[in-house]
Design a protein around this ligand. Sequence first.
Ligand code: ATP
Ligand code: MG
Ligand code: MG
Length: 435
Amino acid sequence: MELDKMDENDWKYHGEGNKSLVVSHLQHCRVLRLLKFPSEDSAHTRQTAEQAFRHILNIVDYSKYVMKPLLGEKYVHSGEVVKLPLDFVRQLSLKVQQERPELRCDKVMDTFSGCGLCLPNLTQLPLHHLRDHRPPICVEIKLANGKWKRLSRYCPLDLFSGSKQRMYVALKNLLEEPQNNLKIFKGGELIFSCKDDAKQQPELNDLIQHLRPYFSHSNGLYNGHQPGKAILNEFIQVICSALLSGGDSNRSGEPRKVHLSESRPHCEASPFPRDLLRNGNHGLPKDSVLAKILQVQMLDNLDIEGIYPLYKRVEQYLEEFPKERNRLQIDGPYNESFMDKVKNCPTEDDGSVEYAVGKVHQYRVAMTAKDCSVMITFAPCEEDEEQQLKLEKPRFTYSISILDLDPKPYEGIPHQYKLDTKIVNYYLRSTQAPP
Ligand code: ATP
Ligand code: MG
Ligand code: MG
């Protein structure tokens, strides 16, 4: 990618979240992630180019030095900051505007700083052989903090249970009510997600049509024409197997192969306490992507009620010694020394500001892990034609990644606390109210 010869016609709208808009390259397995800000922000409240650059650099550093060591090399792709020509960014912004969902248009893409984040396109498989006519399928699951527009039966606890049955149920519910938490791509194109309209149900039948060529093996029973239910069932099983695997997904090397009928001896929630302990008190295999994420989420062992007083302690200290803000790395830089503070925080509260800062840092890291997405990208193995002839179940190569690992702002803590108090009060009122 030559940064001085960027052409908006090489890129297309890919998706967006609350903080950023993503465009993908038409030929290469690359995406650009651009920041967004509220459209009512005026020129002087906006970040300067310098600040935007710093902001994105912080995102990269945080991913590289904090989240990657915690979650595992193989799952995290930190990307790099790029300086883009302003003309390119402006043209791009005009080009993607009509593709953007209305719901997201309260924010505008940053066309001022020219800074962006360049990442591998994780909805694609870089080594996927072009000989196969079936492009990779990618399933993106956002883990917890989706915006629930209506009640859903999807339960993250089931997903993290490590029990194949419960995970199956969680994924099935997610497919039936994806809301904001599930997206499916085929060959990098979004084919399944929740629509803007809260009442609209996703088109499961369309999804089944997309998936049919991937699961069209003849297993004797259906003679190559499996009913939709069987296809969905196998699709969910592939996702489950990938989520429970040691996840040797490697974008640089050979992706792993998974056999559909392979049943994993260690993925059921084990009834034996010894095994539960070995697995860190949950039923997930130690190296699985979900175990890694859960482990980081559990860095928050005090909850917001426990963190808020420590945040106040830090604030009080900073009021007295404002220059200490840098040494304590409140706003970064997110480097090895920040990681040290996260890892080596004293276990007991000794009343120090170091303890309070360590806990606050840990809390923020856990919040990032609660808000990230997992992408499972898989495609049929090359030898699949043979497999079909032998009437066996299909094999897939797959790759798993964790994305959206931005630092959560220190300043967000009081807001989080207020939100929590509101919810608790509401709960208390509703449970204690006289009939
Ligand atoms: P959120 O509101 O969830 O915090 P965000 O604004 O931080 O979102 P991302 O989640 O990073 O933005 O990106 C938005 C969407 O773009 C993702 O949900 C995903 O579908 C897509 N996306 C992001 N990064 C990549 C990537 N490296 N490869 C492919 N798709 C990506
Ligand atoms: Mg996101
Ligand atoms: Mg995000």
